[in-house]
Design a protein around this ligand. Structure first.
Ligand SMILES: C[S@@+](CC[C@H](N)C(=O)[O-])C[C@H]1O[C@@H](n2cnc3c(N)ncnc32)[C@H](O)[C@@H]1O
Length: 389
């Protein structure tokens, strides 16, 4: 398919789709650092647009629009303004463009909090609009962890089409169980050192979802606790690999932004592995057999998968978030670049928050972190002294 990538970020959809044989003809992205990555990684794309609000129409040649629109107003951290929020309402421009030209296929991606916020009203607005524009649609929460990389990452994917049955794209691959958690002597667990009060984002032999922001404002890497050893943060190049990019994919961003900004770009991106899977299924749909699918109920939190072929919206009751079930190696073995030790300051901040929280922690976790804090105290003071002198 010939594709237009709106809100293209660093091109997660586009590189993933390219691996499935599709071609990007238009890229639309407003942020300078993301644009620097796109221009370096997709030099042959004929058409670049800065701001989606200025894009007048979609070219005739395009048969697929992909759009991971800004999720800031839809996420827990973003103030919950919902689909009407200034950032997230940019999705309305996708519909404006579809009013102008009914592009045959559309894929939209966003955070799964959309299913819960205001009883799923944001997602319902999108689905109703697609229906009015005479698209068949299916949506599904997919966890990228199923694709064999050590990152938990749930996202909602909506596939809308005027030529395919979107259920045969989105539901054809379905597993009842998550991929197996690798067994190791020294267990590694991912968590957010920036959290500690309400949750940790705990993940076994994986990291929690890489994010474009954090509760302390700046985008930051997750931490990894290795039982009996200490706490670390992965290298940005391994974070890029977790999302299915080549290492240093976002390096060109450093021409216009600080290197730490790359965490935001990677955290905002779509998993390229999920994009490739979608691309393959768009090119070669499977078969979905609806069994007991019941009508979707208004005014209730939405189920993790649903569909409509024009005769009412249904819940896809047998569909799970596992579209793949690929086994992965233990997290620390999977990393290619040396992780850094979690800093004294980060460890201390986390431990302080954990004291005030009511969370339950795994046996040995806090003791290990206290030991880690002690071991980091002296070297950091020494390093500061050395750099000052
Ligand atoms: C959730 S990210 C999408 C990431 C992308 N799917 C990827 O794989 O990297 C949303 C993107 O929309 C961009 N954006 C925000 N406002 C925009 C606008 N008015 N026009 C074009 N892009 C915009 C942001 O800069 C951000 O990169």
């Amino acid at each position: 398919m010939r594709t237009a990538g709106l809100f293209a970020g660093i091109g997660g959809f586009e590189i993933g789709l390219a691996r499935a044989g599709h071609e990007t003809e238009l890229l639309c992205e407003i942020e300078p650092a993301a644009k620097a990555v796109l221009e370096a990684r997709f030099p042959a794309v004929p058409s670049y647009v800065n701001d989606v609000t200025t894009l007048a129409r979609i070219p005739r040649t395009i048969d697929l629009i992909v759009a991971g629109f800004p999720c800031i107003n839809l996420s827990l951290a973003g103030g919950k303004a919902g689909i009407e929020g200034k950032q997230s309402s940019l999705v309305q421009h996708v519909f404006r463009l579809l009013e102008g030209r009914r592009v045959p296929n559309v894929v939209i991606e966003n955070v799964p909090f959309m299913l819960h916020l205001d009883k799923g009203e944001g997602l319902r607005v999108i689905l109703r609009t697609l229906e009015r524009l005479k698209y068949r649609w299916a949506y599904r929460v997919v966890d990228a962890l199923g694709f064999g990389r050590p990152q938990r990452r749930e996202r909602v994917f909506i596939v809308a089409s005027r030529e395919l049955d979107p259920r045969d794209v989105l539901f054809a691959d379905n597993f009842g169980q998550p991929p197996p958690t690798p067994l190791t002597k020294k267990r590694a667990s991912g968590f957010y050192w920036t959290e500690g009060i309400r949750g940790l984002g705990w993940a076994q032999e994986a990291v929690p979802t890489l994010k474009g922001g954090s509760t302390i404002g700046i985008p930051s890497p997750p931490a990894i606790w290795v039982a009996g050893v200490g706490a670390f943060t992965p290298d940005i190049r391994d974070a890029e690999r977790m999302q299915g990019f080549d290492p240093d994919w976002t390096k060109p961003a450093e021409t216009v932004a600080r290197s730490g900004h790359r965490w935001k770009l990677v955290g905002n991106a779509v998993s390229t592995l999920v994009a490739t899977w979608l691309g393959r299924r768009l090119a070669s749909p499977g078969r979905y057999e609806p069994a007991l699918d019941l009508p979707l109920v208004e005014g209730r939190t939405l189920p993790i998968a649903g569909w409509s072929t024009g005769h009412g919206a249904h819940a896809a009751v047998s569909i799970t978030k596992w579209a793949a079930q690929v086994a992965r190696p233990p997290l620390m073995k999977w990393l290619e670049f040396p992780p850094r030790k979690l800093s004294f300051k980060a460890t201390r901040g986390f431990l302080e928050r954990s004291m005030r929280s009511r969370l339950r922690f795994e046996d040995g976790f806090l003791d290990d972190l206290r030991r880690h804090e002690d071991s980091m105290r002296e070297p950091e003071v020494a390093t500061k002294r050395a750099s000052a002198s």
